[in-house]
Design a protein. Structure first.
Length: 321
């Protein structure tokens, strides 16, 4: 089994200010990592800042911060502040996010995503050391920025990657990759591309899980999540590249505006591949399969039924469960 075992924070169903005890329990349950995300809930950094105090043994990471929604200097400042709050225990994960989040929700152009990530990683590599940055990148320019609070230990930078171009970028210019919405078997296709540039490149994978829930309910939850994510162009292109032809009927129905039809068209087999569900012990075995396939850090993302006690889910999926 892996030396690392992560979980997505903060937890749903409990106000952020009421989650301290749950955060504090994570290390004793065997969790090594807490990873945040940023879409339409909390921002990525505030929960980790709280975790740095509530559970100082945890490694903390962002999975991910979009490269479009903060300017380069602001992103560097946010990362440096978090690195100073958790010296040696913070990992910055960046990525394109999606056209929905960038364009529809933040009114920013979603242009040249590969170059934007590449330019941001190059900027961060320089800026986080405290070096003055004067550079014209392809997607932005920086005129004499110097980070005023340089962290004692510069955090690793990981790139959210799906297809070969971004996977190679993650391996070539970053410290590794963050994977999302893939099966354990898919890891065997994806991981070697990152590790063309070194076996030391870390691979983090977000793994969606519905533990201790009957199969029909779990698959229903999984279908809603799959339809919400995998009709987004970047995720559709990823699964087309992986050869997941079984999703063709879903994509067709979605394009025709038939949302119910799209939901119904998702086969059980695809849900079972992409969403871990079943008894807690079986879920842990499934998560272990991702590690065997090449993942260094599995990061569990619970998506249980409404009203599920997050503490029970955390305990159920803990490696020491």
């Amino acid at each position: 089994m892996t030396e690392r075992w992560g979980i997505t924070v903060p937890f749903e169903g409990v106000p952020l200010t009421g989650q301290r005890a749950l955060f504090e329990s994570l290390p004793d349950l065997g969790y090594t990592d807490a990873w945040s995300s940023e879409a339409n809930g909390t921002d990525a950094f505030t929960p980790l800042a709280l975790a740095s105090v509530w559970a100082p043994r945890l490694r903390l990471g962002t999975a991910i911060v979009p490269v479009y929604t903060r300017g380069p200097a602001t992103l560097a400042m946010s990362a440096a502040t978090m690195a100073a709050a958790a010296p040696g225990r913070f990992v910055l994960g960046v990525g394109t996010s999606s056209n929905v989040i960038v364009e529809r929700w933040n009114s920013l152009p979603f242009e040249e995503p590969y170059k934007r990530v590449r330019d941001t990683v190059r900027f961060l590599r320089q800026a986080l050391t405290g070096e003055k940055v004067r550079a014209d990148y392809d997607t932005f320019s920086v005129r004499g920025f110097t980070l005023g609070a340089v962290p004692e230990r510069v955090p690793p930078v990981l790139v959210a990657a799906l297809r070969p171009g971004m996977l190679r970028l993650a391996g070539r210019e970053a410290d590794g990759a963050i994977l999302n919405w893939l099966s354990a078997e898919d890891v065997r296709t994806v991981a070697p591309i990152v590790r063309e540039f070194g076996d030391d490149k870390e691979i983090v994978a977000r793994i969606f899980a519905v533990p201790d829930t009957d199969a029909d309910t779990a698959r229903g939850i999984g279908r809603w999540a799959i339809s919400a994510y995998l009709n987004v162009p970047v995720y559709r292109a990823f699964h087309e590249w992986l050869g997941r032809e079984e999703l063709g009927p879903m994509w067709k129905a979605w394009e025709e505006g038939d949302r119910k039809g799209a939901l119904a068209a998702i086969p059980d087999s695809v849900v079972d591949e992409l969403v871990v569900h079943g008894p807690a012990g079986y879920c842990r075995e499934r998560i272990g399969a991702y590690v065997e396939a090449g993942v260094d850090t599995p990061v569990i993302a619970p998506i249980g039924p409404p009203g599920t006690d997050p503490a029970a889910v955390v305990r159920a999926l803990a490696p020491r469960g």
